[in-house]
Design a protein around this ligand. Structure first.
Ligand SMILES: [Zn+2]
Length: 341
């Protein structure tokens, strides 16, 4: 990698940046995604390169090659790829890169699920469970169907606390941060930078989606992961989308506060125990959002509803709400009408 090309922007690669300490940010395009770019990071390791995440599609490949070219490097220099998680915008291209270069691909074993055939749409019964109209299921299948069935790379398992030392002598420590995805990893570089994937982002929030029938307290898991990464006091957070975060403490605090306030809002829209109990879909529709419910696409509403399910299941675990029937209808637990302090 040529240092003389440091920080140069490759053709069509706005945002490519030299982050110092042998770290480079290479935003790559993803055609079918919102947001439309994913940050791939190149980590200098001797005369080779490690990548954090890979991008998704042909467009990602083109922009990754262009970004590497801007560093005076190429795909042939890639020693290995760390995947923060298996969502297609981060991991879709990993198998293709591995096939082309022979590089290793390291990820948490729980992320293998994303590479399994048949994991590409909502489960049958999902719309009923949420109290959603059937058209929401169709919209989700149309949007995500076929997207998550990716070619599977050969994965090197990376579990919590494991340190992977590259051939070039770089040490990267895995920090397991379940929440956004069951095997989400943050990766602590030996320069004190933390690659955060979709766990902590500069302005966006990680999507948290309760799976149908899952009894797991997903929000509690996420908040616990958030506490772990907060305690690392990383020099800089390097997220999977958007800008770097230089004040880790402040951003972690803001994310934690968001969820606390959101739980208050969920309790507020449930109202009193009056017998007219809302479904999960109804709760999502009543929650404040950036756009009015009627103006949102069915997919956006469905995503909002699965996130509302995450909050409701968390509040149920705390003894703040009860559910009745199927689809579940929600109401404040007896004596628990007020928002939590
Ligand atoms: Zn993701």
């Amino acid at each position: 990698m040529s240092a003389s090309k440091a920080g140069r922007e490759g053709p069509g690669q706005p945002g490519t940046a030299d982050l110092g300490h042998g770290l480079w940010k290479l935003p790559v395009a993803v055609v079918r995604n919102v947001p439309p770019t994913v940050n791939v990071y190149a980590v200098e390791s001797g005369d080779r390169i490690l990548l954090v995440d890979a991008g998704w599609d042909e467009e990602s490949l083109r922009s990754l090659e262009s970004g590497l070219d801007g560093l005076g490097a190429s795909l042939a220099d890639v020693e290995g790829i760390f995947l923060t998680h298996g969502h297609p915008d981060h991991a879709g291209l990993a198998a293709g890169l591995q096939q082309r270069t022979g590089c290793w691909v390291a990820a948490h074993p729980h992320e293998r699920r994303w590479f399994a055939a048949g994991s590409d749409g909502p489960e049958p019964g999902w719309t009923d469970w949420l109290g959603a109209p059937p058209s929401a299921g169709e919209a989700m299948r149309e949007r995500f169907g076929g997207n998550t069935v990716m070619r599977a790379p050969v994965i090197t398992d990376l579990t919590d606390g494991q340190v992977l030392r590259s051939e070039g002598g770089r040490a990267i420590t895995a920090v397991w941060t379940p929440g956004h995805s069951p095997g989400h990893l943050c990766l602590l570089d030996d320069s004190g930078a933390l690659f955060t994937g979709d766990h902590v982002l500069s302005t966006m929030l990680p999507r948290l989606h309760q799976e149908m029938g899952s009894e797991e307290d997903l929000l509690a898991r996420f908040l616990s992961s958030l506490g772990r990464t907060r305690a690392l006091s990383a020099r800089v957070l390097l997220p999977g989308h958007g800008e770097n975060v230089t004040d880790s403490e402040a951003r972690h605090g803001a994310v934690a506060l968001h969820y606390r306030l959101r739980l208050d809002e969920v309790l507020a829209v449930l109202g009193p125990r009056n017998g007219d109990d809302p479904t999960t879909w109804d709760v999502a529709a009543r929650l404040p959002g950036r756009r009015p419910w009627e103006e949102r696409s069915l997919v956006a509403r469905a995503m909002a509803a699965t996130e509302a399910a995450t909050f409701l299941c968390h509040l149920e675990r705390l003894g703040r709400v009860d559910r009745r029937g199927r689809p579940p209808r929600w109401r404040p637990a007896a004596g628990c009408g007020a928002a939590p302090s």
